[in-house]
Design a protein around this ligand. Structure first.
Ligand code: FDA
Length: 390
């Protein structure tokens, strides 16, 4: 049996950050991953350019049953710390929108950064090593892969969530938490496109490819100003991905296609113009046609609308309701909501409160960020704080 100080399960964003930090402290660290490549999610993130953090990271951008949990780690290892690391490795980056930072060149730059940090800290990374079993061994743990048996003093679970099973997502982290008596909150897909009810699919399918800026609102009043994209399967785009994390089956979401009050003045200005002609100045024509076909709007010369009818049109455009049929699920979701209950973990170190030397970091726990670099920042911050103590 090979003995290590620290074993990290998962060579993703959180696991590699934690391993590098622990290695710098002189700990002998082994990282195990069942994949063929290091950091597969990093490589496919941000359209291949990795949206690695966000200028505006703050605790309010995270969903967690205990919203205070994220504060300590985010304050101790901030977006500015990760940006400094990116600068140290001379990686060129740019702000795309809303504080989102992307590599100029390729997400491979971020994987190379993490590998270089691990190498200089003496960390060993073993790929194609699926962890099959973990058991308590004295004060530490025994870890079994298909071909090897290892022991370690500290065990870090950085196995991520369930999204994208094709690139290595597995439920091992949740299984280990339950094995050691930790509560796991129900999981579901987040940052994921919506599918449509059959009747909406019929009237909205023709809009595939149409994109427009909207403000989307969930039933709990959460709002995002982002782009809506109609697809052949349903609706997507950043507005939908963001609100999907706040949506429960059976609920509606509302899209502000035009702000309330937009029609004021239109009647006086162009009384003979049909509503649809006036709207075409502000909205894609295909969307207007679909709204007319669905009966969400009717079109006639503006001067023929009564004040009550105009108010109804304004209301439809300011809060166009849609009840999704569901989501595309883990197949396309960027993240997994729920996971290891943060009440079971120390917010300062990510250690399991009732199992000495066991740690959970990154997406495996019940912490989910907004779209826009927030999830990687959680991986960096939670991985870094654990790396100081494992
Ligand atoms: P991650 O999932 O990165 O790593 C877990 C590792 O554990 C994997 O390498 C896996 O192979 C390994 N593993 C699992 N089970 C195992 C087992 N039994 N044995 C051994 N190894 C095992 N976020 C963001 O902030 N900006 C962005 O641009 C994007 N873009 C993006 C695009 C796409 C397509 C997806 C799917 C996701 C994103 N995200 C994102 C989210 C982000 O990728 C995610 O939150 C982090 O990768 C989570 O990091 P972790 O290290 O926790 O898990």
């Amino acid at each position: 049996m090979q003995a290590w100080d620290v074993i990290v399960i998962g060579a993703g964003a959180a696991g590699l950050m934690c391993a590098a930090e622990a290695g710098k402290r002189g700990r002998r660290v082994l990282v195990l991953d069942h994949g063929k490549r290091i950091g597969r999610k990093i490589l496919m993130s941000g359209g291949g350019r990795c949206n690695f953090t966000n200028y505006h990271v703050e605790p309010g951008a995270y969903l967690c049953a205990n919203p205070h949990f994220v504060k300590s780690a985010l304050a101790r290892y901030t977006q500015w710390d990760f940006i400094a690391l990116v600068d140290k490795h001379r990686i060129a980056y740019h702000e795309k929108t809303l504080g989102q930072l992307f590599c100029d060149d390729s997400a491979q730059n971020i994987v190379d950064l993490l590998v270089a940090e691990c190498e200089s800290a003496g960390v060993t990374i073993r790929l194609r090593s699926e962890v099959l079993n973990v058991e308590r061994l004295g004060e530490g743990f025994g870890v079994a892969t298909a071909g090897e048996q290892y022991s370690c003093q500290s065990l870090v679970v950085a196995t991520g969530g369930l999204s994208m099973p094709k690139i290595g997502a597995s439920p091992l982290g949740y299984r280990l938490a339950e094995q050691f008596g930790l509560k796991v909150l129900p999981t579901r897909a987040g940052l994921v496109p919506f599918t449509l009810q059959p009747e909406d699919k019929q009237t909205l399918e023709s809009l595939s490819g149409v994109s427009l800026p909207v403000v989307v609102e969930s039933e709990d009043g959460t709002r995002f100003a982002e782009n809506l994209l109609f697809t052949h399967r349903g609706v997507s785009g950043p507005a939908v991905l963001q609100i999907s994390s706040y949506w429960q089956p059976g609920e509606r979401v509302c899209f502000e296609l035009l702000p309330a009050g937009s029609l004021a003045g239109a009647v006086a200005e162009s009384p003979n113009q049909e509503l649809k002609t006036w709207l075409a100045r502000h909205l894609p024509r295909r969307l207007i046609e679909a709204l007319l076909t669905r009966g969400d709007l009717n079109s006639k010369p503006l001067k023929q609308y009564t004040p009550k009818e105009l108010a109804a049109v304004e209301h439809t455009l300011a809060a166009w309701p849609l009840q999704p049929g569901g989501t595309e699920g883990y197949r396309t979701a960027e993240v997994t909501l729920g996971g290891v209950d943060t009440d079971e973990l120390s917010s300062k170190t990510m250690a399991a409160k009732k199992v000495p030397h066991l740690y959970f970091i990154g997406e495996v726990m019940d912490v989910t960020g907004w779209l826009g670099g927030y999830n990687f920042q959680w991986a960096w911050s939670s991985g870094w704080v654990a790396g100081q103590v494992v």
